[in-house]
Write a protein that binds this ligand. Structure first.
Ligand SMILES: Nc1ncnc2c1ncn2[C@@H]1O[C@H](COP(=O)(O)OP(=O)(O)OP(=O)(O)O)[C@@H](O)[C@H]1O
Length: 263
């Protein structure tokens, strides 16, 4: 099922391309020789049993971990680019457990996502007085629009602390969308949600993404959600890719069934 891509073709026309990505922690090979591509505008699911290396791969793509191998965004090698710079290039992510700032309102937590757009550096406000204010105002307006789209407008001024899990999850996704990322990495967005919550959330997300050229890479344990939204599925097991293809094919792949269910 895993069809190796010829090295000369790697990265051509792909939004994200991983070539021989590897990382070890004190002798444990969390990722070994991971190579696959994600097409522009697609939704790709990254699945695999617990400990397969999915979150580690997200940490490598977003730049939290430095891995071996090559990571390309739209053909550009970002393997040694710092995580803040990757964010400015359009890589956004969410975390397995929503990482929100305690004590801050929903709106404030979303507006923080705008820092990924601060590409101009510290001299920008000196060279263009008023620019920061304009940018902050724009970020607030866009955040308010997104909160409306995702059904959170009525909670705008509410501190995030007491919100139910499903709403915290939505706030984190909205924050990741604020800078209009080109590549969105979603780490288990349906964890703790039933289909009745995660399906409408994805309907909104995919409707929002239409016409925005956003590519989504999704780590997800809910196969219901994977089958609903992902055309392409990559399966990791023990740090290596064991399958890479169309969702329905991958689901029937004996190597995948064995990885999940054992012999
Ligand atoms: N910072 C780290 N230090 C040491 N080991 C790590 C570190 N990060 C990940 N690992 C190890 O790498 C392996 C892969 O972990 P990872 O969290 O990426 O798996 P996962 O597929 O996301 O699992 P799950 O589905 O349970 O979230 C595990 O053996 C884990 O213990």
């Amino acid at each position: 099922m895993v069809q190796p891509i010829a090295p000369s073709r790697l990265g051509v026309g792909a939004e994200l391309s991983l070539e021989h990505v590897s990382i070890s922690f004190r002798g444990v090979h969390a990722l070994r020789d991971v190579s696959f591509e994600v097409r522009p505008g697609s939704v790709t699911a990254l699945i695999g049993p617990n400990g397969a290396g999915k979150t580690t791969l997200f940490n490598c793509i977003s730049g939290l971990y430095r891995s071996g191998g090559t990571i390309r965004l739209d053909g550009r090698d970002i393997s040694t680019t710092r995580s803040a710079a990757r964010a400015r290039l359009g890589v956004a992510r969410t975390f397995q457990t929503p990482a929100l700032v305690a004590g801050w309102s929903v709106l404030a937590n979303v507006v923080v996502g705008d820092c990924a757009r601060g590409a101009a550096g510290p001299f920008a406000s000196f060279l263009q007085p008023g620019r920061e204010n304009r940018q902050a105002r724009q970020a607030h307006e866009q955040a308010a629009d997104l909160l409306e789209t995702f059904g959170l407008a009525h909670l705008s001024e509410t501190p995030v602390d007491g919100l139910p899990h499903a709403q915290r999850r939505r706030v984190e996704i909205v924050r990741a969308l604020l800078p209009s990322p080109r590549l969105l990495l979603l780490d288990e967005p349906a964890a703790g949600l039933g289909n009745e919550e995660s399906f409408p959330l994805f309907d909104r997300l995919l409707r929002w993404a239409e016409g925005r050229d956003m590519t989504v890479l999704l780590v997800e344990h809910s196969m219901d959600l994977v089958m609903k939204v992902a055309g392409h599925v990559v399966v990791l097991d023990a740090g290596g890719v064991i399958a890479d293809g169309a969702a329905e094919e991958v689901r029937q792949d004996p190597a995948v069934i064995k990885a999940y269910l054992g012999e």
